[in-house]
Design a protein around this ligand. Structure first.
Ligand code: ADP
Ligand code: MG
Length: 241
């Protein structure tokens, strides 16, 4: 579903991604872990066209990401949904209006059709009863669940999550992780940058440890967490667990 070949990315003199090779299979849940600054967000942002590559190749669902406006639009409208640390909801729109925005304006769905799908999605994330509320009236966990519903509204084939629970109070983390877990069980292809090692352990099929712009180590969570090989990963796990 995702093919990443020898991807390099620099910001001026700073080389942030130093030759990433990675394939993600349909229905696979991949967790990206690693210290702050290791390039996790940059890699995720390259996958939906928020950053361009310096060199290398990314193919999403058979579409080569050449970063032309047409392809970026295709990727964002039909292939990839993304959820950020900061929920990024439109503050002046209600929950329902947030979720129908992309289907109506980007996908040109009728309002009735967009509302019907949106209500199904809001039900799925447990927030149908909040449909007419503005984001500021919601808790962080609720806002993030709306953000997930909004990302799902384009019916993406892949969902990218960049530290979706990092901005939440601890007691609100699990309600968001549970929604993600449910998505994973339904077979969504997911790439999740997370500091929640429990989520990585329980839900991910594969964990990728990034360090300083390279994939330092990867494997099934049971293996990677119990039997890390590289010293960097060992000391990273000591710090975060
Ligand atoms: P992570 O998500 O693993 O913490 P990032 O991908 O956000 O790491 O950042 C990796 C490095 O790239 C950091 O040193 C960061 O400062 C730098 N960086 C990220 N985005 C930009 C940008 N737009 N311009 C310049 N440097 C950037
Ligand atoms: Mg980041």
């Amino acid at each position: 579903m995702i093919q990443i070949e020898n991807v390099h990315k620099s910001f001026n003199q700073l080389e942030v991604l130093k030759g990433i090779d990675l394939q993600v299979y349909p229905g696979e849940v991949v967790s990206l872990i690693g210290s702050s600054g290791s390039g996790k967000s940059t890699l995720l942002r390259c996958l939906n066209g928020l950053e361009t590559l310096t060199s290398g190749k990314i193919v999403i669902d058979g579409i080569e990401l050449n970063y032309t406006p047409r392809v970026i639009q295709q990727i964002r409208r039909h292939e990839v949904g993304m959820v950020f640390q900061q929920f990024n909801l439109f503050p002046h729109l209600t929950v329902l209006e947030n979720v129908i925005e992309a289907p109506m304006h980007a996908l040109k769905k009728s309002k009735a059709e967009a509302i019907e799908s949106a209500l199904t999605l809001l039900d799925k994330v447990g927030l149908k009863d909040k449909k007419d509320v503005y984001p500021r009236k919601l808790s962080g966990g609720q806002q993030q669940r709306v953000a997930i519903a909004r990302a799902l509204a384009i019916n993406p084939k892949i969902m990218l999550f960049d530290e979706p629970t990092s901005a939440l109070d601890p007691e609100l983390v699990s309600e968001v992780l549970n929604v993600m877990k449910q998505l994973a069980e339904e077979g969504m292809t997911m790439v999740v940058v997370t500091h929640e090692m429990m989520f990585a352990k329980e839900v991910a099929d594969r964990v990728i440890y990034m360090s300083n712009g390279v994939i330092e180590e990867q494997g099934p969570p049971a293996e990677l967490f119990t039997n890390p090989r590289s010293d960097r990963l060992k000391s990273f796990l000591k710090r975060v667990v």
